[in-house]
Design a protein around this ligand. Structure first.
Ligand code: FAD
Length: 426
């Protein structure tokens, strides 16, 4: 694999893969290991996508690094793949069966001489809110995005760095790894097929004020729960919340928070039920006595994941309530929250006082015409259409919500379809 600073301004490859989450990584590796040249583009300063933010992932409940590391090894060993981080497609045209892409790469300001010695971070005087941890903590303006992030180099956030007015990082760096004058670059790419793997963003919970998000510090989203549980997260893995001191004795998970609802996301995000059962286990590990309530409309656990559900169902501390939560408001004791839902099995109104509410918000596709030139490629919900046969193929959650195992299968399929297209164009 080759990457970054030495990158030519014009290149020709067989396949361009947009997005280096688990979907894009998998399809790029499958295509490259079959002998096809691949350009892998990632808009973030690191690869791995949302999986990198998870604490553990089902079904095996291993840390995401165990899956990502194998792919990283494959990536490092394969000279058929070129990776560009901080890169997005700004123009895409098709002529005589080939794609002409204009890729814009933003500066990282840190080159591959960086050894992650941390001296630049120590002297940097400016802080920025940490988007990786959903703004629950801060990093310096020069930062390493997360433990084990790849490329293994710092990056500078240009919205916070004081550049020529400071330069302390440049002065302290023994390796001449920092160049504050680095400029944005445009790279012209010619390719025979394009794979879109642009993934998802969590649904914006500020649209769910009736569920108390933004109003109570102890109402969080499922992705925030992943970062809180993670040893590399804002609380070093301790499930405690900024602004909330109380013990965690009762927790409610609100399923379909903004999903299967025509006012928000009309579809099911398919993994949220299992994600909540997994997170119930995070809570039980730290607070063995805690009581967990999962409020659901339907529970979905496909294939082998049924076992995962059965384990949660057999846990006497986890109670499932069939009913959509109508409201989260302040409870009777200090810091407690009141959940109100209709139990659709008994027809009765359920009220529960809890210490913490986790909103199981869904996955919303990131692909849109503002982030990519994609006319005619997206369906009404913003997902990449799966019926395209024009040399552009989608895989992963940008096509539809799914778990990692299904993403990897679909990514392999997309690589195979792209290879067939490349052979037709040759
Ligand atoms: C709370 C929660 C918990 C979950 N837990 C599990 C679990 O335990 N097990 C499991 O199997 N699944 C789990 N999932 C699902 C899992 O996160 C997804 O299956 C996975 O992230 C999909 O990977 P992806 O590559 O399709 O998308 P992403 O992970 O979103 O990756 C997409 C990549 O594309 C990049 N990108 C986006 N737009 C552009 C652009 N225009 N140009 C360049 N790059 C771009 C992004 O920066 C990102 O790196 C969970 C989901 C949620 C919501």
């Amino acid at each position: 694999m080759s990457s970054n600073n030495d990158f030519p301004e014009q290149i020709e490859v067989d396949i361009v893969v947009v997005g280096a989450g688990i979907a894009g990584l998998s399809s790029a590796l499958e295509a490259a290991e079959t002998g096809f040249s691949v350009l892998l583009l990632e808009k973030n300063p690191y690869i791995g996508g949302r999986v990198a933010q998870l604490y553990e992932y089902f079904p095996k409940l291993c840390p995401p690094t165990c899956g990502l590391e194998i792919n990283l090894k494959r990536l490092r060993e394969n000279d058929k793949i070129r990776l560009l981080t901080l890169a997005t497609v700004v123009n895409l045209e098709r002529n005589n069966g080939k794609f002409h892409l204009k890729v814009q790469q933003n500066p990282r300001y840190v080159n591959n001489r960086c050894t992650l010695c941390n001296e630049c971070v120590d002297v940097c005087p400016v802080e920025r809110p940490n988007d990786f941890n959903f703004f629950l903590d801060k990093t310096k303006a020069i930062y390493y995005p997360y433990n084990n992030a790849y490329p293994q180099r710092y990056v500078i956030d240009p919205s916070y760095c004081q550049f020529e007015n400071c330069k302390m990082c440049v002065e302290v760096c023994k390796y001449q790894a920092i160049d504050l004058k680095e400029k944005k670059r445009t790279i012209e790419v010619l390719a025979k097929a394009v794979i879109l793997a642009t993934g998802w963003d969590p649904y914006d919970a500020t649209n769910l004020d009736y569920l108390g998000y933004g109003k109570f510090p102890n109402v969080i989203t499922n992705m925030i729960m992943e970062r809180l549980a993670s040893p590399s997260g804002p609380t070093k893995g301790e499930l405690k919340l900024p602004g909330f001191e109380g013990p965690i004795r009762e927790v409610a998970f609100v399923q379909c928070a903004g999903s299967r609802d025509e006012n928000h996301l009309e579809y099911c995000s398919s993994v949220c039920c299992l994600a909540s059962m997994k997170q119930a286990h995070y809570i039980r590990n730290q607070y063995p006595e805690a009581k967990i309530h999962i409020f659901y409309i339907d529970l979905r656990a496909n294939g082998i994941l049924e076992d995962f559900y059965n384990k949660a169902k057999d846990d006497p501390q986890i109670e499932f309530h069939r009913g959509k939560v109508a409201k989260v408001s302040k409870g009777n004791s200090q810091n407690s929250l009141l959940i109100e839902a209709e139990d659709t099995l008994s027809g009765k109104i359920i009220q529960k006082e809890v210490d913490l509410v986790v909103l199981a918000t869904g996955m919303q596709p990131t692909a849109n015409s503002k982030s990519l030139p994609l006319e005619g490629i997206l369906d009404d919900n913003g997902f990449v259409r799966s019926d395209l046969n024009n040399g552009i193929f989608g895989c992963g959650v940008c096509v539809s919500p799914k778990d990692v195992a299904s993403v990897v299968q679909e990514a392999t399929g997309a690589a195979m379809k792209a290879i067939i297209k490349v052979k037709e164009v040759q």
